[in-house]
Design a binder for this molecule. Structure first.
Ligand SMILES: [Zn+2]
Ligand SMILES: [Zn+2]
Length: 553
């Protein structure tokens, strides 16, 4: 029934991004149709070996793609649009985005060859447009990327405000401050529910302004005579500009090191940002400058092993070297989960003699998400009846709900991915849980994170694999010794005895089968498989992925 909401009903259904930070995918349902807001990715961590990119499985809405009227992207961050290039072929709906987000999206769609297929309508912040039964207004906000928007979604069953990622930066440097007038007007017209960013609900006060970071960087860079490297999140175009201006103020030239920085530089200039700056130098050109005349802006603030900064720290970057007397400034924060990689990187730099400066030492970073005072101000502007915290883990959602109630919001709901929430009519209620899941990019395809393929690969990583080939005649007599390959388990050269023990176990197991069973392939295979597993469990304490190749001649 809920696959097609009836008149007078309004639903919110997140398939990703609630109970976790990343891979946002939200759905709103009204008059039999669904509207998607954001379609993002997350990045793998230690709990997912060999997984780089993860996203919400859109299967539930993909099965109802004829009811999906469109996808509106709130801003250009990976956790909000990074999955379009992988998932759009399953959805095939029109897409709306701000000019800056559209530039980033188009560059990504090029990567998967979809740029000629995906219909992207470019809508600046402050636009109004109709998507099926949803009247969408985009309100310009500030964040750690230009052109972040909050969506006011008006329907026959009520108005929802989907905040996206935001903060109130009074001086964001690129683009105007948040349009509080539009927020206040939406509040006056009446807001049923706010679906809002919970990321920094534990931070007191305000996030702080990009302009304050700029002033601080100008002073900080003046203290150094050697080479300076600054690492920041590539999508923070205002920060890029600040570092370049701080370099100029200190009679230095700024160079970009890392592909994603060049991509953002291109997207920014396409949309009229950074136009007062001279072109950035390449790392190759900057190598000819004296040490005190250069600032390298580098990717890799999170310790990503293939990014520029990790390669520089490992001494294998083709054009950039750092050493004694040089400094690296992390104009960023530690994203929880990345601590090990970041500290490894910082240790590598310190061993080279490089001074490391982070936000703990100097004022070099502000967050892109609202602190508590900003969240309170938003609730006072919008005055919703209901608050639905999203973009956070369970503990963030709970605290956000508490804050909303303290702001006078009558109803708050803490949900997780897959909960279908009826916002109207009547009291807010979870009416159904729909199946959810995660997909990850595995070479050219997408596979479920809980699929057998990945389960087996994880087991192979931790337990190795054993493949045995047995050749039998029709009666089931072994023709020659079974051949064993035990990858990641046995060193055939140095562990000949152990190797022989497994082979013998297979021989014995087959010999012990009744003669009728020996003629049955599946029984032989199962007996051999169990023998291999038992033998390797006893000798090595491992439960490898085991496969038996059986040949009858
Ligand atoms: Zn986000
Ligand atoms: Zn964001």
């Amino acid at each position: 029934m809920t696959a097609a909401p009836t008149d007078g009903e309004l639903y919110f259904l997140p398939l990703g991004g609630v109970g976790e930070i990343g891979m946002n995918l939200a759905l709103y349902g009204c008059e039999g149709k669904w509207l998607m807001v954001d379609l993002g990715v997350s990045f793998g961590d230690e709990s997912m070996p060999m997984v780089d990119v993860v996203m919400a499985d859109p299967a539930w809405i993909a099965e109802r793609a004829d009811k999906l009227v469109g996808l509106v992207l709130t801003h250009g961050h990976e956790d909000h649009l990074g999955a379009v290039q992988y998932l759009w072929p399953r959805l095939k709906c029109p897409v709306w985005a701000t000019p800056f987000a559209a530039s980033i999206l188009k560059a990504k769609l090029h990567e998967t060859g979809l740029h000629t297929q995906v219909p992207v309508t470019v809508v600046p912040a402050g636009s109004r447009f109709q998507v099926g039964p949803f009247a969408v207004e985009t309100i310009g906000m500030t964040h750690s990327i230009p052109e972040a928007t909050t969506l006011v979604i008006r329907t026959s069953a009520g108005t929802v405000v989907h905040t996206g990622d935001w903060k109130f930066d009074p001086d964001p440097l690129l683009g105007p401050p948040a349009d509080k007038g539009a927020l206040r007007r939406a509040g006056k017209d009446g807001v049923l529910a706010v679906v809002g960013d919970s990321t920094n609900v534990f931070s007191r006060g305000h996030a702080g302004s990009e302009s304050e970071v700029r002033a601080s960087l100008i002073g900080l860079l003046a203290r150094y005579d050697g080479r300076i490297a600054v690492s920041c999140f590539a999508t923070n175009a205002a920060r890029l500009e600040s570092i370049a201006i701080a370099a100029q103020a200190n009679d230095r030239h700024a160079a970009l090191v890392g592909r994603s920085l060049w991509r953002i530089d291109k997207a920014a200039r396409e949309n009229g940002y950074l136009s007062d700056l001279p072109p950035f130098l390449t790392d190759h050109d900057a190598a000819y400058l004296p040490n005190d005349k250069v600032v390298y802006i580098c990717t890799g603030s999170q310790g990503e092993p293939r990014a520029a900064l990790a390669r520089i720290a490992a001494g294998d970057h083709p054009h950039v070297t750092l050493g004694k007397g040089d400094v690296t400034i992390f104009s960023s924060r530690i994203i929880p989960g990345n601590e090990k990689e970041i500290f490894r990187l910082q240790n590598d730099l310190v061993r080279l003699g490089v001074e490391v400066v982070t936000e703990k030492d100097e004022f070099v970073h502000v967050s892109g998400h609202p602190g508590r005072e900003e969240m309170e101000e938003l609730y006072h502007l919008l005055r919703p009846r209901v608050a639905v915290p999203v973009h956070g883990e369970a503990r963030h959602l709970q605290e956000h709900a508490r804050l909303a109630r303290a702001c006078g919001v009558a109803e708050t709901v803490e949900i997780s991915d897959g909960a279908m929430l009826r916002l109207a009519p009547g009291p807010v209620e979870v009416v159904e849980h729909v199946p959810t899941g995660r997909l990850c990019v595995d070479g050219p395809r997408l596979v479920r994170l809980d699929s057998e393929i990945l389960r087996n690969r994880r087991r192979m990583v931790f337990n190795g694999s054993a493949v045995v080939t047995v050749v039998l005649d029709k009666a089931g007599t072994l023709l020659g010794a079974p051949q064993l390959t035990a990858l990641g388990l046995l060193d055939a050269g140095h562990e000949a005895e152990e190797h022989e023990a497994v082979v013998q176990a297979v021989k014995d197991a087959i010999a012990q089968l009744p003669s009728k069973a020996r003629r049955d392939d599946s029984q032989v295979r199962e007996a051999a498989r169990l023998a291999v597993r038992r033998s390797l469990r006893d000798s090595h304490g491992k439960k490898p992925i085991t496969d038996i190749h059986l040949v009858r001649v």
